[in-house]
Design a protein around this ligand. Structure first.
Ligand SMILES: *Cc1c(COP(=O)(O)O)cnc(C)c1O
Length: 359
């Protein structure tokens, strides 16, 4: 999809975005990520589904957050912001830090202590952001950020910033541009719920623009230990291996529910075991390495397929949004699947360990 000379999503989709000729475009040429067919994973999921993987891990900082951040930071620069601030489970921080560095704007990051994957932390630090660990969870950190935004002259770049949603909706445009129509279903993880809000907005705008005839059914998935929308009430102490969606009180709760209901979709929970199985299947069957949270969408599709959810559907094309790259969280992979044998440095020992037979 990313054609040679891809100009970044603001220049590609400018006519759908709140930018003018005066907006300074702060870009790392994000967007234009591939939509990869996944035939083996489709069989694995069952139910006759036809899965496509929107590999958002291939964005410049390794997650879809770059789509929102190119917009948020460009507009912050246009408005003369003195600094930007965000609370983050990691990827928002990595992205904000990179785009703020490029824009020459100071960046402040609040992360929940001990709950951020290693790769993401490294990014925030390397891009020169001021990183503080909050002795609390993501929801606590976001509450502090909202207060700071009210009391000080700093711009919040969490997804409560509407420009974030505007940038992120371009993911929906790209999927439709590749398929020539909307997929029948879209499956994705739901954390703070900005992204499901953004994709739904994108599909509706493409419908109004006459680019597609039908919008997809939106399928959102939360981790079972962190599923406030599923249970209909905030979770005070969320837990899951999928740290990017470990959020107990989503900021975009209402618009996520609207996306679910207007599209005739659902938001369900998947267990950490189901997430890990999908995480492994994605990388071992299709060669696509995403982070655990990203696998929640695929895990959810499989769970639905097993219950016969797709049985009555003629079109079972499903776009799964793989929100972040697997290299973001190497400890998750290694702690779950990283048993390595040690062998002496001899052909005989290696052959024996591998069970190779002689010619
Ligand atoms: C931010 C993030 C999510 C959750 O997206 P929301 O917009 O908060 O629902 C899921 N996966 C990854 C990898 C993320 O970085």
């Amino acid at each position: 999809m990313r054609a040679p000379g891809w100009p970044g999503l603001i220049r590609q989709y400018g006519k759908y975005l709140p930018v003018t000729d005066k907006t300074p475009v702060v870009t790392l040429l994000e967007g234009g990520t591939p939509l990869i067919p996944a035939p083996k994973l489709s069989k694995w999921a069952g139910g006759g589904v036809k899965l496509y993987l929107k590999y958002e891990g291939l964005n410049p900082t390794g997650s879809f957050k770059d789509r929102g951040m190119t917009m948020a930071i460009s507009k912050a620069k246009e408005e003369g912001a003195q600094a930007v601030v965000c609370a983050s489970t990691g990827n928002t921080a990595a992205s904000a830090a990179a785009y703020a560095a490029r824009a020459g704007i100071p960046c402040i990051i609040l992360i929940p202590k001990g709950a951020v994957a290693l790769g993401k932390l490294a990014q925030g630090l390397m891009h020169g952001a001021k990183v503080l660990q909050v002795l609390g969870n993501f929801d606590d950190a976001l509450t502090v950020v909202r207060d700071l935004g009210r009391s000080y002259r700093i711009t919040i770049v969490n997804s409560i910033n509407p420009y974030r949603i505007e940038g992120q909706k371009t993911g929906a445009f790209e999927i439709c541009d590749v398929l020539g129509k909307a997929p029948a279903f879209q499956a994705m993880p739901v954390g703070n719920a900005g992204n499901i809000t953004a994709y739904w907005k994108g599909y509706r705008e493409y419908l109004s623009a006459g680019k597609i005839k039908k919008t997809p059914v939106m399928l959102g998935f939360q981790a079972a230990g962190s599923a406030p929308i599923v249970h209909g009430k905030p979770v005070a102490d969320p837990h899951t291996i999928a740290t990017a969606i470990k959020i107990g009180n989503p900021a975009s709760w209402k618009s996520a529910v609207a996306a679910r209901d207007q599209s005739g979709g659902l938001i369900r929970a998947v267990t950490d075991d189901e997430i890990l199985a999908a995480y492994r299947a994605l990388s071992s069957l299709e060669g696509v390495f995403c982070e655990p949270a990203s696998a929640a969408g695929v895990a959810g599709v499989r769970a639905l397929a097993r219950k016969g959810y797709f049985r009555a559907c003629k079109d079972r094309t499903i776009a799964c949004i793989l929100t972040g790259h697997g290299l973001k969280d190497p400890s998750a992979a290694i702690s779950q699947f990283g048993r390595i044998h040690s062998v002496p440095p001899t052909p005989a020992a290696v052959a024996k360990a591998l069970g190779l037979k002689g010619r």
